[in-house]
Design a protein around this ligand. Structure first.
Ligand code: ATP
Ligand code: MG
Length: 365
């Protein structure tokens, strides 16, 4: 924490040395005041992007969202020029962003009082909206009129719920009312952003509070999370997404979709059945177990005790079977493998080369 703080101060001083104002702002300051680490550093400054290029040269780049990213000594800083945002489009995007000279103007466009506290290069706080007082009272308070600010950008609704969950804070009364009245506007938010915020909520140790908030604030329906009320908490995110059953609308990677489908297929199946255990990956089995509130350790033990875990574990291989047979058709060989696979799994024959060889010669030749 101290090391990172020293490096941030150095960055601020470089900007100040060139004649501009610069402060740490946002999540880093909020979490610093709460004595929590936050690797994500936001800096706001009166320097324009071209000034910052003059100061930092090639260490500055533009990220995919149009913010300036400075990389110094492997630490990344997101730097934004003091700005005013106006005329929001589709409840999310400002149509105009104007660079301004005043810090206060910049801080006014931010979401919550706790996110608009600045730290100067000599580590003094600038706290125009009494963010520290709200932090002391565990309150999430919107800057300005909640209704107006939420309508400008509905992502703020989910950010409020996310922070209430991760920090275990309460929503200030007027903010809560405004969310209840405007929750339907979440429709306008992209699934990418909805998922990003939801994952932060689902990954929090305080997830139960997050889920209650989403339900109580009437956000489950605009988020299209019809199953939220009845989900079982699982050890990993993918178990939660499987139960929410939204793979057709929210964005997922192919590997995630594969696992979710495999878990869903096991919904009505007997997880203790040797063939079910054999035909599924252990991660999938354990998640399916968790969802059904079966101890995944019991499933893992059963899985580990299987006599074979795949075809390669069978003591006779394809080539050896082929050599034993007069009729060497591949269909026949595959039938035989399926047959002995089944017998081994159900404990009717031992997985030993001589025993299997005898069986095949007697039964199939
Ligand atoms: P963390 O980085 O811990 O997730 P953060 O509050 O720093 O939380 P960022 O997305 O890094 O979140 O944003 C940095 C700052 O920018 C915020 O603290 C807030 O002041 C402002 N901000 C971010 N998103 C919004 C928004 N949708 N509306 C208004 N201000 C925002
Ligand atoms: Mg941040």
């Amino acid at each position: 924490m101290i090391i990172i703080l020293n490096s941030i101060v150095e960055v601020l001083k470089k900007i100040e040395g060139a004649g501009f104002k610069a402060y740490i702002v946002g999540g880093f300051v909020r979490d610093f005041y709460l004595n929590k680490e936050n690797p994500d550093v936001d800096i706001c400054t009166s320097a324009k992007p071209s000034d910052l290029r003059n100061i930092f040269g090639d260490n500055i780049s533009l990220d995919q969202y149009g913010s300036l990213i400075l990389t110094e000594n492997e630490q990344k800083y997101e730097i934004t020029t003091f700005r005013r945002e106006s005329k929001y489009l589709d409840n999310r995007h400002p149509t105009k962003v104007k660079f301004v000279k005043s810090l206060k103007t910049d801080l006014k466009r931010r979401d919550f009082t706790m996110n608009a506290i600045c730290l100067t290069s000599d580590l003094n706080y600038i706290d125009i909206f009494k963010g520290r007082e709200d932090i002391n009272n565990h309150l999430i308070r919107m800057i300005g009129k909640p209704e107006k600010r939420l309508k400008e950008d509905v992502l703020r609704i989910l950010r409020a719920v996310r922070f209430a969950t991760t920090l275990d804070f309460e929503l200030e009364e007027n903010l809560k009312i405004a969310i209840k009245q405007n929750g339907h506007l979440i429709n306008n938010l992209s699934y990418f952003y909805k998922k990003k915020e939801l994952e932060k909520i689902f990954l929090s140790p305080n997830i139960k509070k997050g889920i209650s908030l989403i339900l109580d604030l009437g956000l489950a329906s605009p988020l299209e999370l019809e199953n939220l009320e009845k989900i079982v908490l699982t050890s990993s995110l993918i178990g939660i997404w499987t139960q929410l059953d939204v793979a057709d609308i929210y964005p997922f990677q192919a590997s995630e979709i594969y696992i979710m489908k495999a878990i869903k297929k096991l919904e009505e199946k007997d997880l203790f059945d040797v063939h079910i255990l054999y035909n599924n990956q252990l991660v999938v089995l354990k998640l399916a177990a968790e969802i059904r509130q079966i101890d995944p350790k019991v499933i893992e033990e059963k899985y580990n005790k299987l006599p074979i875990h795949n075809k390669n574990d069978i003591e006779v291989n394809y080539k050896e079977i082929e050599n034993m047979l007069n009729d060497k058709s591949s269909d026949k060989i595959n039938d035989i493998i399926r047959d002995i696979e089944h017998l081994i799994l159900s404990g009717k024959i031992e997985n030993k080369k001589d025993i299997l060889t005898n069986y095949i010669l007697k039964r199939y030749n």
